[in-house]
Design a protein around this ligand. Structure first.
Ligand SMILES: [Ca+2]
Ligand SMILES: [Ca+2]
Length: 348
């Protein structure tokens, strides 16, 4: 028979071992919880489901939105906001990545260009009086776009501008390739066009805007777009005459901000205006290659969604969830950015 002090010692050892075991379990749980929180920080879960994608009654200027068709997407996580300058800065600091606009263009892509015209930069919007936009873009010239050497994500209005006080603004003056590089670094991906529209509708079906059918409920602006005569004068009745900080307007039904306007959001898919004629129902991924449109830049395009601060009600009217457009692989502008999504992990 063991002596009482020996029993006490072995009991203490058992209690200590059990305590350590429990502490390890709690630590492990906390680590798993924190990792999950880190991975999906500033994201919301979009449940997935079936919805009517596109617009059933399109006019001539928006024919690419039809025909409306049923689509099913799986659930996914989505960034609650457009990727901000603060978030993009972390990516640049961690990787030393250099964006396309910060590099000069290749003479191989533009064999007839003068060397001074191959300087890196972005297309910057400029107020342009005296033009009728209906007689210009998208199939004609777009004189309101000015290529500006030195306009980059760090200097989004040109070399003299900066982002010092704009860290909560969406990153702009980046290409689709830059957006992809960020998404990969963040352990995320760009949304498909179908995922983007499902998320933008916020649980509503067949509504004109991401918040409903009324453009200004109770007289309030619900997004950052253009008021006034495009492209000569922006009245800024919504409070902003350019890009706005993210979260300046109420979120949609899923808690996503700025799915309407502010900056266009680049998606994973190639862009084809007629893809809806042949789109599969389940998890469509877009066409195998983007449409080559010689009336635009001549480079194939990826989808971008949601419209921007430059969309007015008369000419563009693309701050609606069904609206579609494309951005070519070499262009960066001061009205296009992106947000990311993430698939459900096994541990979620
Ligand atoms: Ca505005
Ligand atoms: Ca947006």
């Amino acid at each position: 028979m063991e002596k009482p002090e020996v029993i006490k010692r072995s009991q203490r050892r058992i209690i200590t071992i059990m305590g350590l075991f429990l502490a390890s379990l709690v630590g492990l749980w906390f680590w798993a919880y924190k990792t999950k929180q880190d991975v999906t920080r500033d994201m919301v879960w979009i449940p997935g489901g079936e919805f009517a994608m596109g617009e059933s009654s399109t006019d001539e200027g928006h024919s690419e939105e039809g025909p409306a068709h049923l689509v099913v997407v799986k659930g996914f996580w989505m960034d609650t906001t457009e990727v901000t300058n603060a978030q993009f800065s972390k990516f640049i600091e961690a990787t030393g990545y250099v964006t396309d606009a910060e590099k000069d263009f290749s003479p191989k892509d533009f064999p007839t260009a003068k060397p001074e015209d191959l300087k890196g930069g972005s297309l910057i919007f400029q107020l342009t009086p005296g033009v009728n936009p209906f007689q210009c873009g998208p199939e004609g010239p777009t004189p309101w776009w000015k290529f500006t050497a030195g306009a980059t994500w760090r200097h989004p209005q040109g070399p003299a501008s900066d982002i010092k006080d704009k860290m909560n603004y969406p990153v702009i003056c980046i290409t689709w390739k830059d957006a992809k590089a960020y998404a990969t670094w963040a352990g995320k991906r760009l949304p498909t066009e179908a995922e983007w529209e499902f998320a933008a509708r916020g649980g509503l079906q067949n509504k004109k805007f991401v918040w409903g059918d009324e453009e200004k409920p109770d007289g309030k602006f619900m997004a950052n777009y253009w008021q006034g005569g495009f492209p000569r004068k922006d009245d800024g009745e919504d409070g902003f005459t350019s890009v706005a900080p993210v979260k300046s307007f109420p979120p949609n039904g899923y808690g996503l901000y700025d799915m309407s306007g502010n900056v266009w959001e680049m998606c994973e898919d190639w862009y084809s205006p007629r893809f809806y004629d042949i789109s599969p129902k389940d998890n469509p991924l877009g066409p195998a290659v983007g449409t080559y449109d010689p009336n635009r830049t001549g480079f194939t395009e990826h989808v971008m969604r949601g419209g921007s601060w430059l969309c007015d009600q008369g000419y563009c009217f693309r701050y609606r969830p069904a609206a579609r457009s494309g951005i070519d692989s070499i262009s960066s502008t001061n009205h296009a950015g992106f947000r990311c999504v993430k698939d459900k992990a096994e541990s979620n």
